[in-house]
Design a protein around this ligand. Structure first.
Ligand code: SF4
Ligand code: SF4
Length: 234
């Protein structure tokens, strides 16, 4: 089996070249990358830690689609690239600080939580978003972020919805206020983020829920001429 990898080194000329490697069949792409590093090219650089889909550090693109290397079974002829819209350090290793700072910019953290009992249904409403492993796959897949670096992006907005939907959070409007600029109205609802999420999170739907909540708080959806509430009651 052969796979092609986009190699990058900032001090080489050209800095980026495609290299093809013959590898034995492996259960995961991460195993194939480790095989190359151990047997063929010690300079190949990529990130990984847990090897079991928990840490989110091994996200790459395969034939243009984001996957976790530790969960993807490689196939002959596949083309492996680093995540897009983030700075590449070397080969498949990327700098995720710009993506992670969107959590701070969108206030994707608890603001004013009261201590009250949560029912099972209350827990269920926010548990999926809480499973985010910050792999940045959704961020890489987002066409809006690719053209507007100020966009807050899918995983930050999804996490904001996690707090707006949390019964204990009292500062729901403050959360909404933080995501109306470069946030919920800029999303094209293309669904790329939902398609690539390895955790089954649905940022597109969470953004639609935020839009609906924003309308309840008096904001107008500039894309719908003021309509767009989906009837939320909490
Ligand atoms: S649905 Fe919105 S946030 Fe998700 S990838 Fe598309 S434009 Fe980006
Ligand atoms: S929402 Fe999904 S794809 Fe996006 S960072 Fe979290 S786990 Fe990764």
């Amino acid at each position: 089996m052969k796979i092609k990898i986009k190699r990058f080194h900032p001090h080489f000329e050209p800095p980026s070249i495609d290299m093809e490697y013959a590898v034995q069949e492996t259960a995961t792409l991460l195993d194939a990358l480790l095989q190359i590093k151990r047997q063929k090219d010690r300079t190949l650089t990529f990130d990984y830690m847990c090897r079991s889909g928990v840490c989110g550090s091994c996200a790459v693109r395969v034939d243009g689609k984001e996957v976790l290397a530790c969960q993807h079974t490689p196939k002959d002829g596949e083309y492996i690239e680093p995540l897009s819209v983030v700075d590449v350090i070397r080969d498949l290793s990327v700098r995720l600080e710009d993506a992670l700072v969107t959590l701070e910019r969108s206030k994707a953290y608890p603001l004013d939580m009261q201590k009250i009992a949560m029912s099972e249904e209350d827990e269920r409403r926010i548990e999926r978003q809480s499973d985010c492993i910050l792999c940045s796959s959704c961020f890489s897949s987002c066409p809006v972020y690719a053209s507007n670096e100020a966009f807050l992006g899918p995983f930050a907005l999804s996490r904001v919805w996690r707090y707006v939907a949390d019964k204990r959070e009292q500062a729901k409007k403050e959360h909404i206020d933080a995501v109306v600029q470069n946030g919920i109205w800029d999303c094209t609802l293309c669904g790329n983020c939902t398609e690539v999420c390895p955790q089954g999170i649905d940022p597109k739907n969470d953004i639609m829920m935020l839009q609906s909540k924003a309308v309840q708080f008096g904001y107008q959806n500039p894309n719908l001429g003021g309509f767009g509430s989906f009837g939320l009651e909490f």
